[in-house]
Ligand binder design. Structure first.
Ligand code: BGC
Length: 910
């Protein structure tokens, strides 16, 4: 993706180029986007401090040759005076279907001189209009005799094939495929691409995603064969009952276009139509995300996806209804196998039954090597925890069967992994394995959206480090083309309420922009005509319970994309729908006293007072709270003012302001208890919302904060008592209002309830419940991100001191103000922002404080160095006053504040 570092002959600026695109950036696969005004971004590496771009010049060409000759036949921006290096909108010739675009950029900087051209980058357009798709949807709109369509749906995978002749010399060939629910694609026996579980799931009545592959290498002149396998995914739902709740879309189906261009300038299209052959009687006997995959190797059809296979026993493909959804390119990263784990042990539980321990609660599947007789059957069952007897504890998986079955064909070593399922597990029960299984027979395949890891974080505190590591595993485990609540039980739904602030923290660890931009579309697609937004989107489960906290995630995610990435287009796109949702909630549920009298979940999963009290308790208890819904209403009204300003809807601002003021008054009137400076039932969450959202009258702020600190220190004996809602605001509130020591205490606690308590009790991921080890299993996942609240963003922003300025979003201006709390001696962290890599590595020693900082090109940072005066500070061994590129701004709260530009710095305070 990144070009090599280049030094120009004239200037000294090194330019790094990155193609970036609103909903469309394909970091690992630039093929087939459908944004007709894609946006280009690049990073600037300067080898001189304080490098800022002053101009750029972009060339976009239709061929690599033209680009090499500096001919921007699609777009030649000319030399543009601008410091913008992210989201520069393509403004060239209209981008037609299947067009290829090669581009490069050069920049000028404040240090004078001009960079060399960057390395070239590339993207191609997909099929932009409905009419570009030729051929017809094919499938088979019924089950096979061996399938079962009851509660636990069993539907075998469908195999499709087509042979064709490519008579001339091939110049280029691309496949455009919509394979629903999931597909695998082969040409001449070769698997195309390394994506798995593609395409990304959507509400197929609203939109369906296609993927594009360049298959020039796999195709040859003469005879060719194309093959696909279709799995169920979310299209043919896992639970074929409760039609009022579970949304299902029918039987798997597909539309495929293969466009072949010949060297003589002609082209042709191979497309799905009735001449394709199909069978459902292949090796994948059933595939169900909850229940598992069953593969019978005796049913394999060697050569089925290559030329010359005898398909006379296969049926003709049927024409089927096309899905209602609009056809769109998949712009978010596809899922891939991102890491492979070897089990730490395989132990005999009882004769014939082994328990495999991956050493880590992970999400994906198990790949297995096995040798045995034809018909031997290995059964793999997956769980997150074991019971006291060392058996799988499956109660918390509820009615998901989580079982993969492999039947051997016999006659040598067989290697297998499933195609259309995933599991959330640490332990696997292996039965029926011929011989004695050893760890080398198995591999854990870690599967999630192929996004870059952008953060690293280490501190002197082992609990914090382990919680960060557990977060890393939970976050990536639950990215499945949509953010899931959990990966293991019969749920795996994109619940909105688990992510509003959590997604913000996640963005420090993973480049999650494209996934969350896609999710905003999913949410908008799920919006009802009246404005209502569901609790789960895509609404595979139809829950339109109307509340502020879950549905409002729509606004929170858009805000995150703006704050962290500087992405304004998502706000422009969704603003009208957000406004509509708020108007709907107000018209339906707001009282004359401006109370939002509707909530569903309250502070969901707040911890029982003691671990004993929560023993055996079912967490599925809702405590709706109008305090919460009204507080959030106020918060969103503030946010909408910002959004209105950003999107040219200034006319709306006054209305939001006026209503916000009324809501604030109504809220205080209803919930403020002046005599003890508290709100509502004086719960920690109630008070936190009033404080952090600035609902509390200014003159009562200090008193309210005292109440909060008091609840934590005295009532809770140094612990939090917040559920999903309160935990989103707790760390930053304590920090901003002057008790970072208390935030640090919560972050490092190992007693109940705390993140450290999970670690102490063997967690390798984040639990759904603070009392996950003693609560009733019915509602108790060991891999949920919701309880992270604002912890991860606090790690990066407040412990490391890597924070984007609120005025200039997307880390164009960085605020570096790490917390100095007793007990924390060093933090070594990095974050790869849209502008480039930021590093913060500070260390407290007896009489010395040192801080190494990296600031990316074309950005500035304001750094807050703990010191009595600037005279105590050196930078790279010199008095700071004579250090280049370091400008003293002021002393503030025991810190010397400097502005620095790009570059590497080493500050020392003695
Ligand atoms: C999910 C949660 C979700 C909640 C809302 C649970 O079953 O796992 O994460 O937000 O339901 O009721």
């Amino acid at each position: 993706m990144f070009s090599a570092l280049q030094l120009s002959s004239k200037g000294k600026v090194a330019v790094q180029v990155q193609l970036q695109n609103l909903r469309t950036e394909m970091l690992r696969n630039p093929e087939g986007i459908d944004a007709v005004h894609p946006r280009l971004s690049w990073e600037i590496l300067g080898n001189q401090r304080g490098t800022m771009q002053t101009h750029y010049h972009v060339l976009v060409a239709s061929t690599p040759q033209k680009l090499a000759a500096d001919e921007g036949d699609l777009w030649n921006s000319g030399k543009v005076q601008s410091n913008q290096a992210t989201y520069v909108t393509y403004a060239g010739a209209p981008l037609k279907s299947r067009r290829e675009a090669y581009w490069k950029v050069k920049t000028w900087t404040n240090h004078g001189g001009e960079s060399a051209w960057s390395e070239p980058n590339y993207w191609s357009m997909g099929l932009l209009s409905y009419g570009d798709w030729e051929g017809r949807w094919i499938g088979m709109d019924k089950a096979s005799p061996w399938d079962e369509e009851d509660r636990f749906a069993r539907l075998s995978a469908r195999y499709y094939r087509k042979e064709f002749e490519a008579p001339k010399q091939i110049k280029k060939a691309k496949v455009y495929i919509i394979g629903l629910g999931l597909y695998e694609l082969f040409i001449n026996g070769q698997r195309i691409g390394d994506q798995v579980l593609a395409p990304a799931p959507t509400d197929y009545t609203a939109n369906v995603k296609y993927n594009t592959y360049d298959v020039t290498k796999q195709l040859k002149s003469g005879k060719n064969a194309i093959g696909t396998v279709l799995g169920n995914g979310r299209f043919y739902t896992m639970r074929q009952y409760k039609p009022y709740k579970n949304k299902t879309f029918g039987y798997p189906k597909m539309l495929l276009n293969l466009v072949i261009e010949y060297t003589d300038g002609t082209s042709e299209k191979i497309r799905t139509e009735e001449s394709w052959k199909m069978t459902a009687d292949g090796p994948i006997r059933t595939n169900n995300e909850y229940d598992g995959e069953e593969y019978d190797a005796r049913k394999e059809m060697p050569g089925w996806n290559a030329v010359g296979f005898d398909d006379s026993k296969w049926r003709q493909a049927e024409y089927v209804q096309e899905p209602d959804g609009e056809i769109e390119a998949q712009m978010n990263e596809p899922m891939k196998v991102m890491e492979t784990l070897k089990p730490v042990s395989v132990k005999l539980l009882k004769p014939g039954t082994y328990i495999l321990d991956m050493g880590q609660n992970m999400v994906g599947w198990l790949k297995m090597k096995v040798q045995g007789k034809q018909g031997d059957q290995v059964t793999l069952k997956f769980a997150e925890v074991l019971n006291e007897k060392g058996e799988l504890a499956l109660e918390n998986i509820r009615d998901a069967k989580v079982t993969d079955v492999y039947t051997l064909k016999g006659g040598g070593e067989e290697v297998w992994e499933p195609s259309f399922v995933f599991h959330g597990f640490r332990y696997v029960e292996v039965t029926g394995y011929p011989g004695k299984p050893i760890v080398n027979n198995f591999e854990g395949r870690v599967v999630y959206d192929a996004m870059k890891t952008v953060g690293s974080f280490k501190t002197s505190n082992p609990i914090i480090n382990q919680v960060h590591e557990n977060s890393y595993w939970s976050i990536r485990g639950n990215y499945k083309g949509m953010p899931l609540d959990c990966p293991q039980r019969n749920e795996r739904q994109p619940w909105l309420g688990d992510r509003p602030v959590q997604a913000y923290g996640e963005s420090f660890v993973f480049d999650n922009e494209k996934l969350y931009a896609k999710w905003l579309d999913d949410i908008q697609n799920a919006q009802k005509a009246d404005g209502s937004i569901p609790d789960v989107a895509p609404a595979f489960w139809r829950y339109y319970s109307d509340n502020m906290t879950w549905a409002g995630t729509y606004l929170m995610i858009a805000d995150m994309l703006h704050q962290q990435y500087g992405n304004v287009r998502v706000i422009e796109k969704h603003y009208p729908f957000m406004r509509k949702w708020l108007q709907y909630m107000e018209s339906q549920y707001m009282t004359d006293g401006y109370i939002m009298a509707k909530d569903s979940y309250g502070d969901w999963c707040a911890p029982p007072a003691t671990i004993e009290e929560g023993r055996g308790m079912n967490a599925n208890v809702k405590h709706p709270s109008y305090l919460i819904s009204t507080a959030y209403h106020y918060h969103y009204l503030q946010m909408m003012q910002r959004f209105a300003r950003l999107t040219g809807n200034e006319g709306d601002i006054k209305g939001y302001q006026a209503l916000a003021e009324k809501v604030r008054k109504g809220f205080n009137h209803e919930f403020f208890i002046a005599k003890d400076a508290s709100y509502g039932e004086n719960k920690l969450t109630d008070n936190l919302l009033a404080l952090y959202f600035r609902l509390v009258p200014k003159e009562q702020e200090a008193a309210l904060f005292k109440t909060i600190a008091n609840i934590i220190e005295v009532r809770n004996k140094g612990h939090l008592s917040t559920g999903v809602v309160g935990t989103q605001w707790i760390m930053r509130s304590l920090t901003e209002f002057g008790r970072p020591d208390l935030a640090y205490k919560l972050a490092t606690n190992t007693t109940y309830p705390s993140w450290g308590y999970m670690v102490e009790n063997g967690a390798t991921t984040i639990w759904e419940l603070w009392n996950g080890n003693t609560a009733a299993p019915t509602m108790n996942s060991y891999n949920h991100v919701m309880m992270l609240g604002d912890l991860v963003s606090w790690y990066y922003e407040d412990l490391a001191g890597i924070k984007s300025d609120r005025g200039q979003t997307g880390f164009k201006q960085i605020e570096m103000k790490p917390l100095m709390v007793n007990g924390l001696d060093f933090v070594d962290a990095s974050y790869h922002s849209v502008h480039g890599l930021i590093k913060s590595n500070w260390k407290k020693e007896k009489k010395r404080f040192s801080w190494k900082i990296t600031v990316p090109g074309n950005t500035k940072a304001v750094v807050y160095i703990p010191a009595r005066s600037q005279n105590d500070i050196t930078e790279s061994g010199k008095a700071v006053s004579s250090a280049s590129g370091v400008r003293f701004l002021k002393m503030e709260g025991g810190r010397a504040v400097f502005e620095i530009g790009s570059g590497d710095y080493a500050f020392v305070v003695k």
